[in-house]
Design a protein around this ligand. Structure first.
Ligand code: ADP
Ligand code: ADP
Ligand code: ZN
Length: 223
């Protein structure tokens, strides 16, 4: 028997949260929930939240808890989240972690496991600077570390359109790494104190990390 599990993926920009979340989604039927993607959607749609978030995101700083919680709550109201979610990029502050606890109490949900992807900062600049995404299906690629089988064609959907994020440049990555260390990394001890933290080394190649994460998640699903 398996049961739905709710996970948090913690890690600095470039740690592989999005890449691994998509792979877990496919393998285990969980739903990836990326606050970065939700916020970029709000920016593209020019909603009030998006208009307020745009410049903050381009500077590599954190969007206010109020805006992030609003987009997250809207997403959590959709029925597919019952299959279990992978929170990617949330929570990012202790206040967000406390808000998430309150939300779980309200809805009777539970975070089963917090997975911290353990990486070295120095490698993150190259990972983020070389990142690009299929415009058709959102599959993530990298100039050097994850190229499509046929150059310029998405492996998943055969689209030939790709995009790069406005904030994926070396300078902004440094600001984002700093934001991670000052505001988000304290969550590692927050969750360790609750006994839900698992550290997974994440400097290896993508498939090796996926195997290691797969073991953690299948263990949780067996209960
Ligand atoms: P995050 O969501 O944590 O910011 P991503 O999953 O988007 O990180 O990964 C950042 C970039 O690094 C992407 O271009 C991705 O293809 C690449 N990448 C992800 N994991 C690895 C890895 N283990 N080794 C090398 N490159 C990776
Ligand atoms: P990465 O995985 O590369 O760090 P994300 O896509 O998770 O990037 O986030 C991109 C940007 O969106 C962040 O730099 C920040 O401005 C904003 N953002 C995303 N999630 C949050 C959050 N939980 N709280 C505050 N800001 C957020
Ligand atoms: Zn695609």
């Amino acid at each position: 028997m398996t049961r739905p599990v709710n996970l948090i993926l913690l890690g600095p920009p470039g740690a592989g949260k999005g890449t691994q979340a998509r792979m877990l989604e496919e393998r285990f039927g969980l739903v990836q929930l990326s606050t970065g993607d939700l916020l970029r959607g709000a920016v593209a749609a020019a909603t009030p939240a998006g208009l307020a978030a745009k410049a903050v995101m381009e500077a590599g700083e954190l969007v206010s808890d109020e805006i992030v919680l609003a987009v997250l709550k809207e997403r959590l109201a959709q029925p597919d989240v019952g299959k279990g979610v992978i929170l990617d990029g949330f929570p990012r502050t202790e206040a967000q972690a406390e808000a998430l606890d309150a939300l779980m109490d309200e809805t009777g949900g539970k975070i089963d496991c917090v997975i911290s992807l353990e990486v070295e900062d120095d490698a993150m600049v190259a990972r983020v600077s070389g990142r690009y995404t299929c415009a058709g299906c959102g599959e993530g690629y990298h100039d050097e570390f994850k190229q499509p089988a046929t150059a310029g064609v998405c492996d998943q959907c055969q689209s030939t359109e790709f995009s790069r994020r406005a904030d994926d440049n070396a300078e902004t990555v440094r600001t984002r790494l700093e934001a991670y260390h000052t505001q988000t990394a304290p969550l590692i001890s927050y969750y360790r104190g609750r006994g839900t933290l698992v550290g997974v080394p994440a400097m290896a190649d993508i498939d090796q990390i996926a195997k290691d994460l797969g073991k953690v998640v299948s263990g949780l699903m067996r209960g």
